[in-house]
Design a protein around this ligand. Structure first.
Ligand SMILES: [Zn+2]
Length: 369
């Protein structure tokens, strides 16, 4: 299915079966459920007439499906590599599979990487069909013919134009190319992904019901499982697209406020220029140590402002709140520092000068959480 750009690391819930062009290949535990299900599905109805052969056919089809999924994911991996992306792993699991890679994508690399998987399945379908024709009769020809159909279904299903499917990647690439925004493209392809999920439910449950056939409970469950997987992936694409779009529009001023540094012993009257500004007190050693609170200043009668020192209207800053940064602060840098520290406020220092103060509350508001 869809290539993803998940983070690096080992794949926890699977068996490593080898590697392909240096990329580790895993089978997810859930794939074993699929294999058992297919073996039973093909074996059980013919148990009386075929005996163990029926189950062997089922298992062959399950293994053939696994090979088809791995070819599909291998094609994603190869094309991603061709575009200079770093491929972390290939996984085959109950939901088909995924290829995890990292790096900067472009509309072209995303579109072609997405398309490569289904195209590989179509080529494999042609090979299986040719093999079935060449073999004529027999069990192997039967398995090959089934695998040809399975590969066509894999290609068609994955080409449905909505995220998280490959067709959604292709649609996203096209919208990205047209609008110039990968974030808008992700939201659009996420919405079509939700439509695809609804159409899958209507097509496989609604239409048979209207036609007077009652779909089996197993079929209903499988369709709902696939549709919920699609819906969740689509919703995630929408959420990620919206969040990244907000991030890309974020300006430093929204999350980094200017700061006026005042001596802790300086009386309020000597520095206070009104509420809404941030004042930070420095101790005798020149180290920033507390943040002045507007409400504390307001609670002091004006006639006492020339007697009350800054330290009396300041609240202790959170521990480790001063962060020196090497590069000039950007919205991304400030957000990641806030996220890493978990602090409610960070004083950002760049080249030995205070660049500003970042409040977690400002950041939350700016990114719309
Ligand atoms: Zn795919």
């Amino acid at each position: 299915m869809a290539p993803t750009d998940r983070s690096a690391g080992e794949y926890g819930s699977g068996i490593r079966i080898g590697s392909f062009v240096g990329v580790p290949v895993y089978i997810g535990w859930t794939w074993l459920i699929l294999a058992a299900g297919l073996t039973w599905l093909f074996g059980a109805p013919h148990a009386d007439t075929l005996g163990p052969v029926g189950y062997a056919v089922g298992l062959s089809i399950a293994v053939g499906l696994l090979v088809s999924v791995l070819v599909h994911e291998g094609a994603h991996a190869l094309s991603a590599r061709a575009f200079g992306l770093r491929v972390r792993r290939i996984v085959a699991d109950l939901m088909g599979g995924h290829t995890a890679f990292e790096g900067r994508t472009t509309p072209w690399s995303q579109g072609i990487t997405g398309l490569s998987g289904p195209v590989a399945n179509l080529l494999l379908a042609g090979l299986c069909y040719a093999a079935a024709l060449a073999l004529g009769d027999g069990v192997v020809a039967f398995v090959m013919a089934r695998l040809a159909v399975i590969n066509i279904l894999l290609a068609v299903f994955n080409l449905l134009p909505g995220l998280p499917l490959d067709g959604g990647q292709v649609l996203m690439a096209a919208v990205w190319r047209l609008t110039g925004s990968p974030h808008t493209a992700s939201v659009v392809a996420g919405w079509t992904g939700r439509i695809v999920a609804v159409v899958v439910v209507l097509g496989f449950i609604g239409v048979p019901l209207l036609g007077g056939t009652q779909p089996s409970l197993v079929n209903i469950l499988i369709v709902l499982l696939i549709a919920s997987f699609l819906w969740r992936g689509a919703s995630q694409a929408i959420a990620v697209g919206q969040a990244r779009r907000r991030l890309s529009r974020l300006e430093l001023g929204q999350i980094l406020r200017p700061v006026t540094m005042v001596r802790g012993d300086a009386p309020v009257a000597s520095w206070f220029r009104g509420p809404g500004q941030v004042y930070v007190t420095v101790g005798p050693d020149g180290h920033p140590d507390a943040i002045v609170r507007d409400d504390a200043v307001a609670s002091v009668p004006r006639e006492q402002w020339d007697r009350v020192p800054a330290s009396a209207v300041a609240a202790a800053a959170p521990p480790h709140w001063v962060r020196e940064v090497e590069e000039a602060p950007t919205p991304e840098l400030v957000l990641s520092l806030l996220a890493q520290s978990g602090a409610s406020a960070l004083l950002i220092v760049h080249r030995e000068a205070v660049a500003g103060i970042a409040f977690a509350a400002d950041a939350m508001r700016a990114i719309g959480q």
